[in-house]
Design a protein around this ligand. Structure first.
Ligand SMILES: Nc1ncnc2c1ncn2[C@@H]1O[C@H](COP(=O)(O)OP(=O)(O)OP(=O)(O)O)[C@@H](O)[C@H]1O
Ligand SMILES: [Mg+2]
Length: 491
């Protein structure tokens, strides 16, 4: 490697003899000792180049995030950048006497005319891009404007730092689709001139649709983190009229994600004071033409019965479907949540998925989080849920979780006849009103939980209590869903 490096340097020196070069110096300070902004931009740009790693001497600094390490060029180091096929060298000069630094650009004379101007513009836009990524992302939500005493219910934004950890790497979805969205967003970021030329507002609209718990909101967070855009979450039920919406949009900034969750429910239930045409105009970006560079995201559980006008190209540029969990998604979740690349139960899990997906990634993710100490148990729970007749699987998450729990209790039932009879007497089937929805076995023991959780183990014997404790994870999910029936002291 060293020999190759030396040879390359020699070759370069030899090559240099055959060309005439022009030099440009960018000092750190101007004559009044004010910082030269161009120096700062060039420094940021050069330190972001991968070739910094190849320079002979580089400084390492910790970055803003705990695991980040930033590479910074040391004084008097040379790096070479390639731009439109031309080689441009930079030296980070430091005056030994004064300690003043400057960057010196070296470019072939014949390249200068063709590319220098474009190259400097390129540095400017790269710097903007890097700064944008470094910026703290904020989440804006709508509140009533208290200061507006006679303000007939006007709203305003308040913001908090947006700290959602989701990224495109953590969201489980088809890799091709994920890449497509990334490329689409990257192209969008670079397309200001294109949008101007064709006379369109520089915006892109996405529709994320699919059942509850399939990752739509998580995906929005990943997009915000990818773009480093602020998120403006518009709750349409809080917007009092058309002018209110316009005002709110006027107060939002460029480079932002405008999010409307559950648009279908607003449209179906008419639960907003806005007219249909206002919503369409808003989606067209007519109200947001005061700003630029917006990505609008709408989510829906289903596109059924939605007026096609809402979904037409231009209003929605990109439709992304979020399906229930299939086996591939399950494997990704098992890998990220349980650290499982493979498991002896995987073939069985795969088979259980063949009856059709009934669980959302959110539900599978909950099972895995609650049972992360025992991956086999988590996998068994997924299998047992799928094995129940998929037609009997309810659609509401809380009902599904309950059904999973009941399955486990049913599994335990033959071993603990006493428990069964006890539970039956405590909570009769008719009480639940669900007797025609699930088979008898699935609802029989709902009320066992309070007794076990409150520590009344005497009624069941140690073994059964231990068995139920094994599934404590699930009991926790359920009790969380039911917003805690019992107080903690009882627990
Ligand atoms: N595709 C996915 N990849 C990774 N995690 C997921 C995925 N889908 C759901 N989850 C997990 O499930 C939880 C709920 O997901 P999320 O809120 O994004 O669902 P949603 O589609 O927005 O649901 P809703 O329609 O009810 O708002 C999240 O905490 C997330 O961690
Ligand atoms: Mg959501």
């Amino acid at each position: 490697t060293s020999i190759l490096h030396i040879l390359k340097n020699w070759l370069r020196l030899l090559e240099d003899k055959f060309y005439v070069y022009q030099f440009y110096k960018v000092p750190q300070f101007n004559h009044n000792m004010q910082e030269n902004q161009l120096y700062r931009k060039i420094s940021t740009y050069l330190n972001s180049l991968p070739c910094v790693e190849d320079s002979d001497f580089t400084n390492l600094f910790s970055g803003s995030k705990s695991n980040d390490i930033n590479l910074v060029l040391n004084a008097n180091q040379k790096i070479v950048d390639n731009f439109l096929g031309a080689r441009i060298s930079w030296i980070n000069e430091k005056d030994e006497k004064t300690g003043v630094r400057s960057f010196v650009l070296k470019i072939r004379r014949n390249n200068k005319r063709q590319i220098l101007r474009t190259y400097l513009q390129h540095i400017h836009s790269k710097f903007d891009e890097i700064e944008q990524r470094r910026k703290e992302v904020r989440l804006f939500v709508i509140v009533n404007d208290e200061s507006n005493r006679n303000g007939n219910g006007k709203r305003r934004w308040i913001s908090v730092p947006f700290t959602h950890p989701a990224t495109f790497d953590t969201v489980v979805m088809e890799q091709d689709l994920k890449n497509k969205v990334k490329v689409d967003l990257e192209t969008f970021l670079k397309s200001k001139q294109h949008y101007n030329r064709i006379g369109r507002i520089w915006k892109r609209n996405y529709l994320l649709h699919g059942p509850s718990g399939t990752g739509k909101s998580t995906f929005i967070a990943a997009m915000a983190n990818f773009l480093s855009y602020d998120v403006y979450n518009i709750d349409l039920s809080k917007v009092s009229d058309d002018s209110d919406l316009k005002l709110l949009l006027l107060q939002s900034t460029n480079k932002s994600l405008i999010v409307i969750e559950d648009l279908d429910s607003y449209l179906r239930n008419n639960s907003t004071a806005l007219s249909f045409s206002t919503i369409l105009n808003f989606m067209d970006g007519i109200f947001s033409c005061y700003g630029d560079e917006r990505v609008m995201i709408f989510t829906m559980n289903s596109k059924d019965q939605i007026d096609p006008a809402v979904l037409r190209p231009g209003r929605i540029d990109h439709h992304i479907h979020f399906p229930l969990c299939d086996f591939n998604a399950f494997k990704s979740l098992a890998n990220s949540h349980l650290g499982l690349k493979d498991h002896k139960l995987f073939p069985q899990v795969e088979e259980s998925f063949q009856t059709g997906s009934v669980l959302s990634p959110a539900e599978i993710s909950e099972i895995m989080i609650s049972n992360r100490s025992s991956p086999s148990r988590a996998l068994k729970l997924v299998i047992s849920t799928h094995q129940s007749n998929s037609k009997l699987v309810p659609s509401r998450t809380s009902d599904k979780i309950e059904m999973i729990q009941n399955n486990i209790e049913a599994d335990l039932a033959p071993k603990h006849p006493l428990r069964l009879s006890k539970s039956k007497s405590v909570r009769p089937v008719e009480e639940s009103g669900e007797s025609d929805k699930y088979p008898q076995g699935l609802i029989k023991s709902k009320s066992v939980r309070p007794m076990v959780e409150s520590g009344e183990s005497g009624a069941f014997g140690k073994e059964s209590v231990n068995d139920l404790r094994k599934f404590y994870g699930l009991i926790r999910i359920k009790s969380r869903k039911k917003s805690l029936d019992f107080d903690t002291s009882e627990k």
